[in-house]
Design a protein around this ligand. Structure first.
Ligand SMILES: Nc1ncnc2c1ncn2[C@@H]1O[C@H](COP(=O)(O)OP(=O)(O)OP(=O)(O)O)[C@@H](O)[C@H]1O
Length: 670
């Protein structure tokens, strides 16, 4: 238990469990005292999760923190011993000060450029590049447009100067200052070494040189270090992280033991297979995941005509999943960039499906949450003992919680969702404990979560970027927008950048426990000529497992996965048809379709009527591209309806009869 240990752990192999059990075992056997353990995680959510699991194992009181939170705490503690004056103000966002610095250095201040310059400053700091060394090292860096390495250096100096003038510390300064302090003040380092004797680090593949340096200073001459990581999930190299520390640690720390965890407990065999197919292209890890043998549906690949059609169909599938009994909080829609979330927010909202945006307003900053916690505190003394969820529900009832949600969306629903998350938290805390949980313990847990901004799960479909989804899991995951340009992202132009995108894709698909659906669309807007192609990663995954794309609207399993052998040709020019939309229409994008103009007008009128009747925007009834396709294919049976891109089983059931009736009414009108 005491020497260095490197755990290479694949996705879903139970890292958190392994770490928490190791700490609990160490405490139970007397190998170490939990007071002397510092567990470091990448996010405050992961730290909160670790503390909660340790509490449930009967090991409360372990310091589980992010590097920043641990460093900030120590820096505050030692401040008066090494510095003069009050503790500096923390600079949460760089943009304001940086804009000023750029203006002072004579640069034009544009929002986008400021953001990129901030990222470069962060990169230099976490890579431990001092301003003086920056020029020599910056030659290979891709800098924001219009900014040379010398210009960047000038901005860095101006930014530093403003920070010292105004006594500000940014995020990176916290780590840098503490590292410097531990390097120069032996007395302070000795106190830290006395306090923290055992270290556990999660997500070690994503540590930066600065975090590594700080860790080594914390460790000093001690050897009790356990790091856990997965090189295939390194997704922050753009921000200065590197997996070389994880891979080289065994040779850096003499006597270090290495073990691998490969049994994936999270996902079905089908998802594990898909993950391994992607893993085999990463060339990054010796790990091959093994499944526990739990079987589930094969991943479903679907191609849509445009973004709108994709969002609408994914929302329809989610509504269907919920109607089958799946909890909304067990479903996620994951995308590459935050900008993609809007279409899915609209489509889910139109169907009355609640959703939570990861990265939205902080849970503990919400008014109703503050009110609820205050009320629980005030009531603590006068409440008779009862099961915790019942007690919390009764108190929150006074400010608007009820066992059932209010009808409709809007502010009252949001308020209810927040309060319900508190009741849900009480229920899950009670579930994890065999003894009745006292309200006081619940309040301490809330205080702890509040301090670390570790929000409880809210019941809604999660919408998140893949970066924000790291470390999380859902029963059903919809990976959307998987076209070239988005995945890999267009600015990933070097092999290293594409490799990072592939790892991001791997992280995304390993979030799913049971169902995984992957989709993309061929055009950004309806009616535009298709220009996009599916992500190359889809091809890699499909070629490894012989899976094929399900054109929009076809049910999983209705098509032989290997049926794509004989090429389908354009009925007009004979060219091989590549995309599912072309194959459905049986013509290529360059050959004009023969649209029945009378039928088209009738369909557009019908769509308007439906839109008024159902109070939905017309495009949500059918996109214009779909209406055009109907006027071209003129389907008269359900099977023919299947040839229309944008019509899935739900639409077919809802509108199929009307559409066929309109086609029949216009037969022979061309
Ligand atoms: N020994 C085990 N037996 C059964 N289930 C387990 C075991 N260990 C972990 N699990 C479950 O497997 C899932 C994945 O565990 P966990 O989230 O800790 O994985 P991870 O290694 O951190 O994954 P990732 O790196 O992909 O985020 C969780 O649902 C967890 O409860």
């Amino acid at each position: 238990m005491s020497g260095p240990l490197v755990v290479l752990a694949g996705a879903g192999t139970g890292k958190t469990r392994a770490m928490t059990h190791r700490i609990a075992y160490g405490a139970a056997t007397g190998a170490f005292s939990v007071r002397h353990v510092l567990a470091l995680t990448f996010t405050s959510k992961a730290a909160g999760e670790m503390r909660a699991r340790l509490r449930a194992l009967g090991v409360p009181g372990v310091q589980a923190r992010t590097f920043h939170s641990a460093a900030l705490r120590q820096l505050r503690y030692f401040w008066d011993a090494f510095a003069e004056g009050p503790f500096p103000e923390l600079l949460g966002q760089k943009a304001g000060v940086l804009s000023r610095a750029m203006a002072e250095a004579g640069f034009e201040v544009e929002r986008e450029v400021v953001r990129d310059v901030a990222a470069e400053i962060e990169y230099a700091a976490v890579s431990m590049l001092a301003v003086d060394d920056y020029l020599a090292q910056a030659a290979h860096r891709e800098l924001p447009p219009g900014i040379t390495p010398a210009g960047m250096e000038q901005i860095m100096r101006a930014y530093s100067e403003i920070k010292s003038r105004r006594r500000l510390l940014d995020f990176e300064d916290i780590l840098l200052t503490l590292t410097g302090l531990l390097a120069t003040r032996e007395d302070i380092a000795a106190q830290v070494h006395e306090q923290y004797r055992h270290f556990v680090v999660d997500e070690f593949q994503d540590v930066s040189p600065l975090q590594y340096d700080l860790l080594m200073r914390w460790l000093g001459r001690r050897e009790s270090l356990c790091v856990v990581g997965d090189p295939a999930q390194t997704i922050y190299t753009f921000a200065g992280a590197t997996d070389s520390f994880l891979l080289r640690l065994p040779s850096r720390l003499p006597g270090a033991q290495s073990i691998s965890l490969v049994r994936n407990y999270r996902s079905t065999e089908q998802i594990v297979q898909a993950a391994n197919a992607v893993l085999s292209h990463t060339g990054r890890t010796p790990l091959v995941l093994r499944s526990t043998g739990r079987s589930g549906p094969a991943p479903v690949f679907t191609e849509y005509a445009d973004d709108q059609a994709e969002a609408e169909a994914v929302a329809a599938r989610i509504a269907e999943e919920i109607s089958r009994g799946r909890r909304a909080s067990d479903i996620a829609v994951l995308f590459r960039t935050n900008g993609q979330s809007r279409a899915f927010e609209d489509a889910l909202g139109a169907r009355g499906v609640g959703y939570v945006l990861r990265g939205g307003e902080r849970f503990f900053a919400r008014r109703e949450v503050k009110e609820g916690i205050a009320l629980l505190r005030a009531s603590a003394a006068r409440l008779a003992p009862r099961p915790l969820p019942e007690l919390v529900g009764e108190v929150l009832d006074a400010i608007g919680w009820a066992p059932r949600p209010p009808s409709g969306a809007g502010a009252s629903r949001e308020r209810w969702e927040s309060l319900d998350a508190l009741v849900g938290l009480a229920a899950s805390m009670q579930e994890k404990s065999e003894l009745p949980v006292p309200l006081q313990d619940f309040l301490s847990d809330l205080a702890d979560r509040q301090e670390h901004q570790f929000a409880p799960p809210v019941n809604g479909v999660t919408l998140a970027s893949v970066h924000a989804a790291k470390g999380l899991e859902w029963e059903s995951v919809h990976l959307v927008g998987l076209s070239e340009g988005l995945v890999p992202i267009s600015y990933a132009t070097t092999p290293a950048a594409v490799a990072e995108e592939r790892r991001l894709f791997y992280v995304a698909l390993t979030r799913a426990r049971t169902e995984l659906s992957l989709s993309w669309s061929l055009a950004r807007q309806e009616g535009r000529r298709s220009r996009r192609s599916p992500s190359r990663f889809i091809g890699e995954m499909q070629s490894a497992h012989g899976a094929s794309t399900r054109p929009a609207g076809q049910r999983a399993g209705t098509r032989n996965p290997r049926a794509r052998t004989a090429p389908v040709r354009c009925t007009r020019c004979g060219r091989t048809l590549v995309t599912a939309v072309e194959q459905k229409l049986q013509r290529c994008g360059d050959c004009p379709g023969e649209v029945d103009a009378n039928l088209l007008v009738a369909l557009l009128d019908w769509r308007r009527e439906q839109s008024e009747r159902l109070r939905m925007p017309a495009y949500m009834i059918l996109t214009t591209a779909t209406v055009n396709a109907i006027a071209e294919v003129r389907p008269r049976t359900a099977a023919q309806m299947d040839r229309i891109p944008g019509i899935g089983p739900v639409k077919c059931e809802q509108f199929g009869a009307d559409i066929i009736a309109l086609v029949e009414a216009h037969s022979g009108s061309m």
